[in-house]
Design a protein around this ligand. Structure first.
Ligand code: SAH
Length: 209
């Protein structure tokens, strides 16, 4: 079923990177969703994971992963761990993956699912992604899987020279622009819109209090 998911939903829509397709074939999406929706784990859709959050549609995971142009040695930061599914896809491609999730229960659940599947080189932390993770910066690649209204400055600052940042930017209710930010060797930034998407909003830590 996973092979068919990759063929029909991902390859058919133009994702070409063999490494990305292979990672999507390897990661058992059913291990990252609650039991109630497990039967739909290879469906062409986002699914609820509790706490008003969702696991992204497989195609969007593949699209964002391809856009990152990952290499094994890249140091990767993910904001919005959620289920941990995207984290596992990243972990198949890179040796160093750190992920931040603001909802403590989701952070704990994702960390457990990732550990159960043997991803030892992944670190999940509960925290506010707007701050990035200064202690481990800079990052070669940063992926954000919740939508801020504007790109958080800390993430731009923590992007290495030659780095790529992929982030959905836009309003809470409505279409957001999946945006690629590149930083060249001189530190110059370039911003490109790549796809219309709908993500859950990136919330601020204060919203939760
Ligand atoms: N890639 C995940 C997507 C989960 S949805 C998956 O496929 O499962 C986005 C996640 O971002 C949610 O779990 C939400 O709680 C989290 N989030 C929202 N605002 C955040 C913030 N400021 N810092 C870290 N995580 C945040």
């Amino acid at each position: 079923m996973r092979r068919r998911m990759v063929r029909q939903q991902i390859e058919a829509r133009g994702i070409q990177s063999a490494a990305v397709l292979d990672a999507l074939r390897r990661v058992p999406r059913e291990r990252f969703v609650p039991a109630e929706v497990r039967a739909f784990a290879t469906d062409d859709t986002a699914l609820p994971i509790g706490y008003d959050q969702t696991i992204s549609q497989p195609y969007i995971v593949a699209f964002m992963t391809e856009l990152l142009e990952l290499e094994r040695h890249h140091r990767v930061l993910e904001i919005g761990t959620g289920s941990g599914y995207q984290t596992a896809v990243l972990a198949n491609l890179c040796d160093s993956v750190r992920s931040i999730e603001i909802v403590p229960e989701l952070a704990a659940r994702a960390a457990r699912a990732l550990a159960d599947l043997g991803y030892a080189h992944v670190t999940v932390e509960q925290g506010d992604g707007y701050q990035g993770w200064a202690e481990h910066a800079p990052f070669d690649r940063i992926i954000v899987t919740a939508a801020p209204r504007a790109i958080p400055q800390a993430l731009v600052d923590q992007l290495a020279a030659g780095g790529r940042l992929v982030v959905p930017v836009g309003p809470t209710f409505g279409i957001q622009a999946l945006t690629l930010v590149t930083k060249d060797a001189a530190g110059r930034l370039r911003r490109q819109r790549r796809l219309d998407v709908r993500f859950v909003p990136m919330v601020r830590a204060v919203d939760k209090n």
